[in-house]
Design a protein around this ligand. Structure first.
Ligand code: DAH
Length: 367
């Protein structure tokens, strides 16, 4: 049996000397205590608790000790490392909460303060033109009438002499509201407001009604399942087609300027007799021989369709409780979207319905 190797004294493994371990631990604890940010603590963790820290290196030396010395040295190093780990955890919690406090203080927002950073909005051109149209008629002594967008089938069709077999009543053209027995549609035009007005007021009646209407159209650059019309209705004694023409001429000039010329073409609507389509002289080429052929707006026609109109059919007066022997009247329905896209040369109708504020902003507040 060989004697213990008297040359080998564990005390001489310097890194494992109790004083040395205590020094490493105290240095580490001092560094932890001095660290005042999460970043500084990260560095302290690397320097004093990482794989290459003095205590980790000391730990590796334990294996070189004789077995009987390993336990004590192991305990000493383990306790020192434990103390450093604990101190790191405690300090990290402290520093993190201090940093959070600081951030909350620095980024504090007083939501009650008044702000001047509000971005002014802009009115949608459909709103602006609807109000402009209403103003033009109110200035002539007319009133503004309203009706619901979800409308009774009877008012949308029957009262206006659109019989049960009329093609406009099919599913292909009209949004029907279920259940079928409810006999309710999304109004396909603003004309039911005529019927509503006659049923609730006594003549003389002079009303305009700008509003939203619905048809089962595709959505593309020139069609939309929702669009806007303005309806007009005048009922009085002695009204004729001449009053209609004078009114619409004035209306066109109020919108497009004094030189605007209109044209009537014979047409058919079940609720008017006679009926006409009204066209505007093309506001781009003015039907000038040199420009008309290449004009994109009127497509070489020289005229742009504006809407339908006519003398109110006596059958409609009767259905709505107005005496056709005493009263007569005229009515019109004009597309507002076309009026806007034409006037501002907007190529894609969808821009009017997308609700993108970047489209609306250039229109500002006034049309
Ligand atoms: N309601 C018709 C349409 O949507 C437009 C119209 C034509 C309205 C003639 C009228 C009118 O009041 O008299 O196509």
């Amino acid at each position: 049996m060989s004697a213990p190797n008297s040359d080998y004294d564990p005390v001489e493994v310097t890194p494992l000397h109790p004083d040395e371990i205590a020094r490493m631990r105290d240095e580490a604890l001092a560094a932890v205590a001095a660290a005042d940010s999460v970043a500084a603590l990260k560095q302290v963790r690397i320097d004093h608790a990482g794989d290459r820290s003095p205590l980790a290196l000391a730990n590796r030396e334990i294996g070189a000790l004789p077995p009987q010395a390993r336990k004590e040295a192991g305990q000493r190093v383990g306790q020192a490392r434990g103390a450093v780990t604990q101190a790191l955890a405690a300090r990290t919690a402290e520093v993190e909460s201090a940093e959070l406090e600081r951030a909350l203080e620095a980024e504090k927002v007083d939501v009650t303060l008044p702000t001047d950073g509000r971005r002014p909005g802009a009115r949608h051109p459909v709103t602006t033109i609807s109000e402009h149209v209403a103003d033009i008629f109110v200035a002539m002594g007319w009133e503004v009438a309203e009706g619901p967008e979800v409308e009774a089938e009877w008012l949308n069709f029957d009262a206006l002499n659109l019989g049960p077999d009329h093609p406009a009543r099919t599913m292909q053209d009209t949004f029907w509201v279920s259940p079928e027995q409810a006999a309710t549609v999304l109004r396909t035009h603003t004309s039911p407001v005529q019927a509503r007005t006659m049923l609730t007021r006594k003549p003389p009646i002079y009303v305009v009604c700008p509003g939203r209407v619905f048809r089962t159209d595709e959505l593309d650059a020139t069609h939309s399942p929702v669009f806007h019309q303005v309806e007009g209705l005048a009922i009085d004694e002695g009204l004729s087609m001449a009053h209609l023409k004078g009114t619409l001429d004035h209306f066109a000039q109020a919108i497009y300027g004094d030189g605007m010329t209109t044209r009537f073409r014979p047409s058919y609507f079940p609720f008017t007799e006679p009926s006409a389509e009204m066209d505007l002289l093309c506001y781009v080429c003015h039907n000038e021989p040199a420009d008309v052929a290449s004009c994109r707006t009127c497509k070489g026609e020289g005229w742009v369709e504006w809407g339908g109109c006519g003398v109110v059919n006596p059958r409609v007066l009767t259905a709505c409780g107005v005496d056709p022997e005493r009263y007569s009247g005229f009515a019109f329905g004009i597309g507002l979207d076309r009026t806007i896209t034409g006037r501002y040369d907007i190529a894609d109708l969808r821009d009017l319905f997308d609700g993108d504020v970047r489209f609306t902003e250039p229109f500002g507040v006034e049309l």
